[in-house]
Write a protein that binds this ligand. Structure first.
Ligand SMILES: Nc1nc2c(ncn2[C@@H]2O[C@H](COP(=O)(O)OP(=O)(O)OP(=O)(O)O)[C@@H](O)[C@H]2O)c(=O)[nH]1
Ligand SMILES: [Mg+2]
Length: 323
């Protein structure tokens, strides 16, 4: 068993053991696969999971492409953010506007019934967005709750033209049913995941929606981060991307070798508060132990200052590892 499997992996494994139908088993295995860190130490286990999925898929009969799309989606890029909200809020339009994907957008409710990914560029990184079905009980299939619990954050889209405060309340309630907390309730017993969320009030191109945004600020402004956007005409989308990045609490750290310039297009992504030792491990699993010191550019230090393993890194730092 490779070391350092995150706790969610063992939750997914429990789900696998509890699963009754092949479809449920496949979903649990795909979740395990998606959670598992990708490095040499997990190669073998990942191959094994893939072959079990392949066998179960045969057993379950031929799966159509659409059905396969509803299973867990592997994380790509710096982070995975699930776009959620009520029918017709503009989730698919938003994913179509800010990513390379083109999910179906339509004026009737419940257009989206499967989840699909798209990559959203932000400065020098890519953030994966997942378009998802609307948060109404009849559309919530068994695979959606684990997908939302496992995402790094949620982006909740609400239609500012259609009782936005009630939409947020209703979406929070549906998430609560999935045992996802946004930190709004005192008693969190039974909660499986505490998610961060950004609320995007959409359709500001429609006259009068400023009233809807003000009501949202009055109702939720003190509790949740809010941004106003028009997914259709692009207003507010750059600000929204910046807020998504902030929500994720990630930092970008660049590595360089002595005498050379760092590659500023290929940062290591780490959680806020990560240390030099964490960065070294992200470069190579042996480097945490082997690391002697690093030289650092950034963090308000003099260029090239020597720092030790417990030094807390900041977004934009450049490090030269000495092992
Ligand atoms: N005016 C305006 N209309 C928008 C905007 N974004 C989406 N819409 C419209 O709202 C309707 C629903 O958009 P979708 O993106 O399909 O909404 P959805 O949230 O994905 O809906 P479901 O998949 O049914 O949950 C469509 O008619 C869109 O054209 C916007 O920024 N401004
Ligand atoms: Mg949709």
């Amino acid at each position: 068993m490779p070391a350092n499997l995150p706790p969610q992996y063992f939750d997914a494994e429990k789900n696998f053991r509890a699963a009754k139908t092949p479809a449920e088993k496949i979903a649990a295995l795909e979740e395990m696969l998606a959670i598992m860190p990708k490095h040499k130490g997990t190669d073998h286990l990942r191959a094994e999971l893939r072959s079990r999925i392949a066998k179960l898929t045969q057993l379950a009969g031929k799966k159509s492409g659409a059905q396969r799309m509803t299973m867990a989606i592997e994380k790509e890029g710096a982070a995975q953010v699930a776009v959620v909200g009520l029918p017709n809020a503009g989730k698919s339009q938003l994913v179509a506007s800010v990513t390379n994907a083109s999910p179906t957008v339509a004026d009737y409710p419940c257009t989206t019934y499967a989840a699909s990914p798209g990559m959203m560029p932000f400065e020098n990184i890519q953030i994966q967005l997942l378009d998802t079905p609307p948060l109404v009980p009849q559309m919530i299939e068994w695979w959606l709750p684990p997908m939302l619990r496992r995402a790094d954050a949620l982006l909740m889209v609400v239609d500012l033209n259609d009782a936005p405060v009630e939409q947020v309340a209703s979406a929070i309630e549906q998430l609560w049913q999935m045992r996802i907390s946004l930190g709004q309730n005192e008693n969190e017993e039974g909660i499986l995941s505490r998610q961060r969320v950004l609320v995007a009030g959409n359709k500001t191109d429609i006259p009068g929606t400023d009233v809807g945004f003000k009501s949202l600020q009055a109702g939720y402004g003190a509790k949740l981060p809010l941004v106003s956007i028009s997914a259709r005409d692009g207003a507010g989308l750059e600000e929204m991307k910046r807020q998504v990045f902030q929500l994720l609490e990630i930092i970008r750290v660049y590595t360089k070798t002595p005498g050379q310039k760092p590659d500023m297009n290929d940062p290591i992504i780490l959680g806020k508060g990560s240390t030099l030792a964490d960065a070294a491990e992200a470069v190579h699993k042996d480097f945490r132990a082997k690391l002697k010191f690093a030289r650092l550019w950034g963090s308000g230090k003099h260029d090239g200052t020597m720092v030790k393993r417990d030094h807390v890194l900041q977004d934009g730092d450049i490090i030269e590892l000495h092992v």
